[in-house]
Design a protein around this ligand. Structure first.
Ligand code: KIV
Ligand code: NA
Length: 265
């Protein structure tokens, strides 16, 4: 009857246990995932695309992250809640990073924060962790850098692979408790996973990472449009919701809803 901690996550790797992570952006969905036993929920800045209708994660603000992170914390009892630091909230340096990480912890109640970048973010990770806030790192494809790197597979070729390994080691050395590997070749993700003592959380990174994360609306079949190859859809919520809305509309227009039983006398 307590929250999962980063310590539990560390122990899982020592035991060779794999674990799932999903994104969550609201109290209701988060409570469903919590009851389903998902141990780690990420309030990802993917909320920018998914819930706020932005084209990228670049415009997401600290106010938005704080508000939705607080909702996810309120909706859950057991999961470790990780809040993403949005673009622009940690790039200026360690002091800015700590200030904003502190805000997600104190105002929203998250148990850990996540930020993008390997070597380039190691000073930020170090100061946040030193201050008592666990950090999940994120290397490989880092969507906040869309304007410089685009959305391409990372770590292809010997030089890029070496850089990715250096990035992964840098975040581990800086004190990160886990690291997301996004869209990197499976063989390389496996090598990083064997090399690090902290858990790797894969998304489009093959079968050998310690954990797997998916954007919840993607795996629920709610997002719509073309899905990347690494997404598996476990439900078809978009058509379920669409059918319900159409049936409701038809019944209202046709005078079928409300019926006598829905009326108060
Ligand atoms: O924002 C997000 O959803 C993420 C995951 C894809 C790791 O960062
Ligand atoms: Na993110």
């Amino acid at each position: 009857n307590r929250r999962i901690t980063v310590r539990d996550i560390t122990v899982a790797k020592e035991r060779g246990e794999k674990w799932p992570m999903l994104t969550a952006y609201d109290a209701m969905t988060a409570s469903v995932f919590d009851e389903a036993g998902i141990p780690v929920l990420l309030v990802g800045d993917s909320m920018g695309n998914v819930h706020l209708g932005y084209e990228t994660t670049v415009p997401v603000t600290m106010d938005e992250m704080t508000m939705l992170s607080a909702a996810v914390v309120r909706g859950t009892k057991r999961a470790l809640i990780v809040g993403d630091l949005p673009f622009g909230s940690y790039q200026e340096g360690p002091t800015q990073a700590l200030r904003n990480a502190m805000r997600l912890v104190k105002d929203a109640g998250v148990g850990a924060v996540k930020l993008e970048g390997g070597e380039r973010s190691h000073r930020q990770i170090e100061l946040i962790v030193e201050s008592g806030i666990p950090v999940m790192a994120h290397v490989g494809l880092t969507p906040q850098s869309v304007n410089t790197m685009g959305y391409r597979v990372q770590g292809r070729g010997e030089e890029a692979a070496q850089q990715l390994l250096r990035d992964a080691k840098a975040v581990q050395d800086a004190g990160a408790f886990a690291v997301v590997l996004e869209l990197v070749p499976a063989v390389l993700a496996a090598e990083v996973t064997r090399t690090l003592h902290i858990p790797t959380v894969g998304i489009g990174a093959g079968v050998e990472t310690d954990a797997q994360v998916l954007v919840a609306t993607d795996m629920l079949g709610l997002t719509g449009g073309r899905m990347p190859r690494f997404v598996k859809q476990y439900a078809e919520l978009r058509s379920v919701i669409g059918d319900a809305a159409r049936t409701f509309a038809d019944e209202v227009v046709g005078g079928v809803f409300p019926a006598e039983e829905h009326s108060v006398h």
